[in-house]
Design a protein around this ligand. Sequence first.
Ligand code: ADP
Ligand code: MG
Length: 112
Amino acid sequence: MKFIIATIKPFKLEEVREALTAIGVRGMMVSEVKGFGAQSGHTEIYRGAEYAVNFVPKVKLEIAVTDSMSEQVVSTIAQTAQTDKIGDGKIFVLDLESALRVRTGETNEDAL
Ligand SMILES: Nc1ncnc2c1ncn2[C@@H]1O[C@H](COP(=O)(O)OP(=O)(O)O)[C@@H](O)[C@H]1O
Ligand SMILES: [Mg+2]
C-alpha cells in the first residue's frame, strides 16, 4: 500500500475529489494548511489577493491506496490540480506499512 500526500490549490478541491471518486478512491483526509515552495520569498496570487508573505493557503490531501492504484491516483491529482501557474502543489508517495478498519477489524487492503 501507498500513502499519498498532496497539496493543491483550495479552489481545486471539489474537482479533484470528484476525479478521485470517479477512479474508485473511497476515502481521504482533507486539511487546510499553509505552506511554501520554491518561490518562498516571492509573491503568489491567491483569490486575487497578493500574498507577499511566506505562507500561502493550500489544501492537503492524504490518501491510503493499494499499490496498483497509486500511479493512477497521482496522475489524476496532477492532471486535475494543474493550472500552469505557480503554486500548483506537490505530491508525495510513501510506503504504507499497515491499515486497520476499527469497526470490523479488517486489515491492510481490506481496510481501505
Ligand atoms: N519540499 C516540500 N516539502 C513539503 N511540502 C512542500 C514542499 N514544497 C512544497 N510543499 C507544499 O506544497 C505547496 C505548494 O508548493 P509549490 O509552490 O507548488 O511548490 P514549488 O514552488 O516548489 O514548485 C506548498 O505551499 C507546501 O504546502
Ligand atoms: Mg511555488
